[in-house]
Design a protein around this ligand. Structure first.
Ligand code: SF4
Length: 392
């Protein structure tokens, strides 16, 4: 068995390896360091480095895998511990946590994003149900680091068991409360979380700090606690397997999966494919990307969803792009997967230039109808439309 640890599991530049081919490594050992914006990468297993490329470090696993791991080195502060442990945004964004939390909120808010917005993904809810105290402690640590006065855990009302568990865990913790998000998509967008909990409407391109907030996914907060209290580097990920998989149609959660193992292994462990099946989507149905059985589990992998085979449709297609759904690349991939051709494209009318050349949604979750856009695509020759928008 082997693990493949990509050198880029975060926003920023790929890390630089600090081990060599044929070197013995221990679980938790530092194997790559940032080269600019990034986060440390550690071995998730005991083994031998068999290959180093520009993209990844491959390690052949020893048969015996002990529970114990190499702890991160002593640090002067909790923020340094988070940096040493290589904590990044586990919700998919992969932003290095030590950079995000290096802020003075002057009495502002730490918002734990527990929306679990993508359909089928369930590992964040399971974390809150079974280990709510880890989330609450994580919020408290980040409040101390960022000088925040309030900590809100943002949950959808439908996750009743998680709410009960979190409520109990918050009971005697000052400054931390459970708050509700609307049960819609994309409730987990950072700007939606801030709008719903703090009442500040950020413009596209404005950062949460401008509203006195830091927003962090709940699994990231769990990793913060493990880094500080157990000196544990990020070497595992919680994932959900779902879709056309025998024992996981509605979603099966695996907690603390070693980084670098392939998603194919977990599809197999979940009973294998239901035939016929289509592609493997890494992440959620809205924002996931096509992957393969060999795709390694990284610090940001939310899960693997096995889809239906694409229907055969060779028509001319138009596509409508949304910030919170599939982008141009993914929509084109879907059209071409069906045998069709993209002849025209447009965006939801709420998408605006954020001033840095990136198109962002003006009002996430306040989704308009797309009739006008469909008519435009029709005029451009589209016979059918594929939408990445979350409504309509
Ligand atoms: S308003 Fe448009 S771009 Fe924004 S989330 Fe809704 S569909 Fe997507």
């Amino acid at each position: 068995m082997k693990v493949v640890l990509p050198l880029r599991q975060h926003i920023g530049a790929p890390c630089k390896p600090c081990v060599e081919k044929d070197q013995e490594v221990k679980k938790g050992q530092l194997i790559a360091v940032p080269d600019g914006l990034g986060a440390n990468i550690h071995s998730s297993v005991y083994g031998v480095v068999t290959n180093i490329t520009d993209e990844a470090i491959e390690i052949a696993c020893h048969e015996e895998q002990l529970e114990e791991f190499v702890k991160i080195k002593d640090t002067d502060s909790n923020l340094e511990a988070i940096k040493e442990a290589g904590v990044v945004g586990a919700g998919g964004a992969g932003f290095p946590a030590h950079v995000k939390f290096n802020a003075d909120l002057k009495g502002g808010y730490v918002l734990a994003n527990a929306a679990e917005c993508e359909p089928l993904l369930a590992h964040n809810v399971e974390l809150m149900e079974n280990n709510p105290e880890l989330v609450v402690k994580g919020v408290k640590y980040v409040m101390e680091i960022t000088n925040a006065k309030k900590g809100y855990i943002a949950v959808k009302p439908k996750h009743k068991k998680a709410i009960m568990a979190l409520g109990k865990a918050c009971k005697n913790v000052s400054g931390v409360e459970v708050k509700f998000l609307p049960d819609m998509y994309p409730a987990g967008d950072e700007r939606v979380v801030i709008r719903e909990l703090v009442g500040v409407e950020l413009k596209p391109g404005q950062l949460p700090l401008e509203a006195g907030c830091v927003v962090s996914n709940v699994e990231t907060l769990k990793n913060v606690v493990l880094a500080i209290e157990e000196r544990k580097p990020v070497i595992t990920k919680d994932i959900t397997i779902a879709g056309r998989v025998k024992d996981a149609m509605k979603g099966k959660v695996y907690m603390d999966v070693p980084l670098g193992l392939s998603v194919g292994k977990y599809i197999e462990m979940s009973g294998g494919y239901i035939k016929p099946h289509g592609e493997i989507v890494l992440g959620g149905p809205f924002t996931g990307k096509a992957g393969s059985e060999e795709s390694p589990i990284t610090k940001t992998t939310g899960g693997a969803i096995v889809s239906m085979p694409f229907p055969n449709d060779e028509r001319e297609f138009g596509i409508i792009i949304c910030e919170c759904g599939a982008g141009k690349e993914r929509l084109t991939e879907i059209v071409e997967g069906m045998g069709g051709k993209v002849v025209a494209e447009t965006m939801c009318k709420r998408m605006v230039d954020d001033g840095r050349g990136r198109y962002r949604c003006e009002l996430p979750g306040m989704c308009p109808g797309q009739a006008e856009k469909v008519l435009y695509l029709k005029k451009e020759g589209a016979k059918a439309v594929v939408v990445g928008t979350c409504e309509d």
